[in-house]
Design a protein. Structure first.
Ligand code: NAD
Length: 462
């Protein structure tokens, strides 16, 4: 009998669906079906592939509100976010790669009078995408659109905590005319992900997840020397210089910490503030943080919803208690919220720690919840060294009016995705990815083409 699991609405405890767990037989069957479909898909022109992706993008946009509501129920994220970000960014990605598809090409190389060379950008074959639970529909689109544009098939395993919107993406691709087998959703936990990772018929794994899972996948992929793209965790710095517009910087700190209840990989959770503006910054930060409205995320007035699960709530609360025990001071928050929210949900007050030092656990480890640490600094060189003192390198942000300084500091930071005077804005035209232990490779932009194709070099004697 097929094993199953349930997915719940973490904001209310409501059971949303029961789904089958894919085991070895299901993975083998999906890979065989994908491989057969991919052979035909690879023969289509980029224009034909692009046309289907564009149709799917249109269908995503038509169904935006319904998909946003489903995403909110599966993740606990506020509907005011999912309506304007999650589905939109997925549709943008499909549309972007629809346009890119006909332009995927190799190069001609002139090799003197008696020879020339050329390169071919070929699809990899069957790819697998494995998703995290924080941006489920966006992740399904960010992985599938470039894979399909390049002529691959892709099997997608959403997080076991948020499996529902990927199912809708599969239906939309089919309705848009994508041949059967090219985008398949398989459900399950880490074991299903490991089966995909080790499968000899899969050419590539693209993971969005935690650093430990990334390491396991890289090790598992080694047996078949699979190509991997890893989008992993972070503990990113957000640096606020004294000349910054303080209210804009507070807005940036909010964007970098409390959007999606802090469950965002690129969050700037180490907020370095130049000492001379610290009192003014903290006064505004505290007042504005205490105005954030928590509640049932399906309510359009709610600004912060539930964390993803009870286990994650316990992890985040554990970090908050460790922060207090290690001597950090709670400026605001620091507790679970049970008043004014559905009783079965997992709500944590947006929390700001001050009086932090660089060696504290809450400053060093990824918490993945609404927990900000504030760290004063005195000079540019000092803050660069401290910002880089981490094994992560996903993102970084800087607020200053001095643009010469902004570019100088950004150039010195070990981070793959950076912002100046804003945070966490990720348009599909720009590459997104991390350095150091935050990952390997990039998603989005033309750069993604390199991660979903292989290059063939051809020498021609004349
Ligand atoms: P996770 O690593 O626990 O799980 C991610 C996915 O990997 C899930 O689908 C899970 O089932 C699967 N998985 C688990 N063990 C596996 C194994 N051994 N082999 C194959 N697959 C396996 O991460 P999560 O808790 O779902 O997500 C939170 C993490 O994701 C955070 O660390 C966050 O920073 C990171 N994240 C990164 C990005 C990015 O783009 N860099 C975006 C979102 C989230």
């Amino acid at each position: 009998m097929t094993e199953t699991f349930q997915t719940i609405n973490p904001a209310t405890g409501e059971v949303l669906a029961t789904l089958p767990i894919a085991g070895k037989a299901e993975v083998d069957a999906a890979v065989a079906k994908a491989a057969a479909a991919q052979k035909e898909w690879a023969k289509r022109t980029g224009t034909e592939r692009g046309r289907i992706l564009r149709r799917a993008a249109d269908l995503l946009r038509e169904r935006n509100d319904e998909l946003a509501a489903l995403e909110t129920r599966d993740t606990g994220k506020p509907i005011q976010e999912t309506l304007v970000v999650d589905v939109v960014s997925g549709a943008d990605c499909l549309e972007f790669f629809a346009g890119i598809a006909p332009t995927i090409a190799g190069e001609h190389l002139d090799l003197g009078p008696a020879a020339f060379g050329y390169t071919r950008r070929e699809p990899l074959g069957v790819c697998a995408g494995i998703g995290a639970w924080n941006y489920p529909i966006q992740i399904a689109c960010w992985k599938s659109a470039p894979a399909l544009a390049c002529g691959n098939a892709i099997i997608f395993k959403p997080s076991e905590l948020t499996p529902l919107t990927a199912i809708e993406v599969e239906k939309i691709y089919r309705e848009a005319g994508l041949p059967d087998g090219l985008f398949q959703v398989l459900h399950g936990f880490g074991e299903t992900g490991a089966l995909l990772t080790e499968h000899p018929g899969i050419a590539k794994i693209s993971l969005t997840g935690s650093v430990p899972t990334g390491k396991r996948i890289m090790a598992g992929a080694a047996a078949t020397l699979k190509n991997v793209t890893l989008e992993l965790g972070g503990k990113s710095p957000l640096i606020i210089f004294a000349d910054a517009d303080i209210e804009n910087a507070v807005s940036g700190a909010h964007l970098a910490n409390f959007y999606s209840a802090g469950e965002v990989c690129s969050n700037g959770t180490r907020v370095f503030v130049e000492r001379s503006i610290l009192p003014q910054f903290l006064a505004s930060l505290k007042a504005r943080t205490e105005r954030i409205k928590l509640g049932d995320p399906i309510d359009p007035a709610t600004q912060m919803g539930s964390l993803i699960s009870e286990g994650h709530l316990n992890k985040v609360m554990g970090y908050i208690e460790t922060g207090k025990a290690e001597g950090a001071e709670v400026l605001t928050g620091g507790h679970r919220v049970t008043d004014g929210v559905p009783a079965a949900g997992f709500y944590v007050a947006p929390t700001v720690f001050t009086g932090c030092t660089d060696d504290m656990t809450v400053v060093r480890e990824e918490i993945f919840g609404p927990v900000m640490t504030v760290l004063p600094f005195d000079s540019e060189d000092e803050v660069i060294a401290r910002a880089n003192d981490t094994e992560f390198g996903l993102a970084a942000g800087i607020f200053t009016q001095d643009l010469t300084r902004a570019h100088r500091v950004i150039a010195a930071l070990d981070a793959g995705s950076c912002w100046i005077n804003t945070f966490n804005i990720c348009p599909v035209e720009m590459p997104f990815g991390g350095f150091k232990q935050s990952g390997l490779g990039f998603e989005n932009s033309r750069e993604a083409i390199h991660h979903f194709t292989r290059l063939k070099s051809v020498y021609v004697a004349m």
